[in-house]
Design a protein around this ligand. Structure first.
Ligand SMILES: [Zn+2]
Length: 112
């Protein structure tokens, strides 16, 4: 049996005609765009439309098995945002707990 070529547009939106879903490497472009949209939709100040688009993007990421990439980006961006927030504000709610700098008493070495 012969496969009939089924040219269509690259799903990343670049406008290239492809026989499969993407030009080589363009799945990464779409992935990045979906991650951006999903994370934008998670912002507290996101509009309804942005949130809806974010949910759709997250669903697409999940359908393609890219949720791990979304989670990874969320963590790294969250860390970046937390650092920025820590700079402007002293305290970040639900963020880092203060590490004890000193006060932990050193135990005397056991003698034989
Ligand atoms: Zn493309």
């Amino acid at each position: 049996m012969s496969e009939t070529p089924n040219p269509r547009l690259c799903l990343c939106g670049c406008g290239a005609t492809v026989n499969r879903e993407f030009l080589p490497g363009h799945d990464a472009k779409l992935k990045g765009a979906l991650i951006n949209a999903a994370l934008a939709g998670e912002a507290l100040d996101a509009s309804k439309a942005v949130k809806a688009a974010g949910q759709q993007a997250a669903a697409t990421l999940a359908a393609r098995g890219w949720t791990a990439h979304l989670d990874k980006s969320r963590v790294s961006r969250g860390a970046k945002a937390a650092r920025a927030a820590a700079r402007s504000k002293a305290a970040t709610p639900g963020g880092t707990t203060e590490a004890p700098e000193q006060g932990a008493q050193a135990e005397p070495p056991a003698t034989d």
